[in-house]
Write a protein that binds this ligand. Structure first.
Ligand code: BDR
Ligand code: CA
Length: 306
C-alpha cells in the first residue's frame, strides 16, 4: 500500500482526484488537508468533509489549513467550479466534522511520524506545503515524494502565462520548488490531455451518484460534450502518477516560479537543459491517456459497485 496525504481545494477535479484515491485499493489515504483555492477555505473544507463520507473514506482526518496566499490578493476559480466549488452537485451533509488543529501542523507531524513512507499530493495552491517547509525544513526529507498538479512548461490557463494553482500563490510555489526535493510536476501540458471524451462520459453514466458527480462538470461548464471531449480532470493526474508513474513520461528540469512579472507572475519557467543533479523537478511531458482512463474509470467503477 502506498500512503498518501492529499492537500486540496475541492474543486470538481479535486473531488475526482479524491474519488480516484478512494477507489484505489493500493492507496492508503492517511489524511486530507484543505487550502483556500478554487473557493474559500470554509467551502473547500466543507466539500472535503462531504466527499470523505460520500467516497467512504472512513475517519481519515480532514484538517483545514491556510485561507489565503502568503502575500498576494486572493484569486479564486468559482467561474470554473461554481460558487460552492462542486458545480451543481449537492452531496449529503456529512455527519463528521474537521479534525482539530491546522493543516500545516498535520502535514509536519504526519510526515515526521513515518519518514520516507508518505507521499504528499498537492492539488491546490501550495500555501500549506510552503508553510510546512518553512516551519520544519525536514519535511523535505521525511516525505517519500511530493507530487503536485500545477504549472506548465508551455502555457497557462488562468492567463496566458500561469496555471491557476501556481498563480494563486506564486511565493508559496517558489518556496516549494526551492526547498531541496525533486517536485513531481504534473502540469497543464499533460493534464489538458485528460479530457472527458464522449466515450469516457458513456462509461461514467453507469456509475449512479458517483456518475452524477463526475458528469456535473461536463454538464455545467461545457454544455453538450462533443466528440472532441469535455473538461480536463487535472488533479486526478497527480493521484494517477502516484498509482502508476509509468503512465507518464517525465523529464528532469529546473523550474523557477516567476513572482515579479507584470504579465508572467505565476509562470513556471522550466529549463530542461540541465543535468539530473541540478534538477529541482521531474516534469511530466506526456501521458498514456488510454492507460490513464482505464486506471481512473476502473477505480470509479470499483467505488460505484461497493
Ligand atoms: C487546477 O486549478 C484548479 O482550478 C483545479 O482544481 C486544478 O487543481 C488546474 O489549473
Ligand atoms: Ca485543485
Amino acid at each position: 500500500m502506498k500512503k498518501v496525504l492529499i492537500d486540496c481545494d475541492p474543486g470538481i477535479d479535486d473531488a475526482l482526484a479524491l474519488a480516484l484515491a478512494a477507489g484505489s485499493p493500493s492507496l492508503d489515504v492517511v489524511g486530507i488537508t484543505t487550502v483556500g483555492g478554487n473557493v474559500d477555505l470554509p467551502l473547500t473544507t466543507a466539500n472535503a468533509l462531504a466527499l470523505r463520507e460520500f467516497l467512504e473514506l472512513g475517519n481519515v482526518p480532514v484538517t483545514p489549513g491556510s485561507a489565503g496566499a502568503l502575500l498576494r490578493e486572493t484569486v479564486r476559480a468559482s467561474r470554473v467550479h461554481g460558487t460552492t466549488g462542486l458545480g451543481d452537485v449537492v452531496l449529503p451533509a456529512p455527519a463528521l466534522g474537521p479534525a482539530d488543529g491546522h493543516a500545516v501542523d498535520f502535514i509536519v507531524d504526519t510526515l515526521k511520524a513515518a519518514p520516507g513512507e508518505i507521499t504528499l499530493v498537492a492539488v491546490g495552491p501550495l500555501t500549506n506545503v510552503a508553510l510546512a517547509v518553512r516551519r520544519e525544513p525536514r519535511v523535505v526529507e521525511w516525505a517519500r515524494d511530493l507530487v503536485i498538479m500545477g504549472g506548465s512548461f508551455t502555457r497557462g490557463n488562468h492567463n496566458p502565462a500561469a496555471e491557476f494553482n501556481i498563480l494563486a500563490d506564486p511565493e508559496a510555489a517558489a518556496i516549494v520548488f526551492g526547498a531541496g526535493w525533486t517536485v513531481k510536476m504534473l502540469g497543464l501540458d499533460v493534464t489538458l490531455t485528460a479530457v472527458v471524451t464522449s466515450d469516457v462520459l458513456d462509461r461514467m453514466r453507469s456509475l449512479g451518484r458517483l456518475g452524477e458527480l463526475l458528469l456535473a462538470p461536463a454538464a455545467q461548464f461545457y454544455g453538450v460534450v462533443t466528440a472532441d471531449g469535455g473538461p480536463a480532470i487535472h488533479d486526478a493526474c497527480a493521484v494517477a502518477y502516484v498509482l502508476d508513474p509509468s503512465l507518464f513520461t517525465c523529464v528532469p528540469a529546473v523550474v523557477n516560479v516567476e513572482t515579479a512579472g507584470l504579465y508572467t507572475r505565476g509562470m513556471t519557467v522550466t529549463d530542461f537543459k540541465v543535468t539530473a543533479q541540478d534538477a529541482n523537478a521531474l516534469v511530466a511531458t506526456s501521458m498514456d491517456v488510454k492507460g490513464f482512463w482505464d486506471l481512473v474509470l476502473g477505480a470509479y467503477e470499483g467505488l460505484a459497485g461497493r
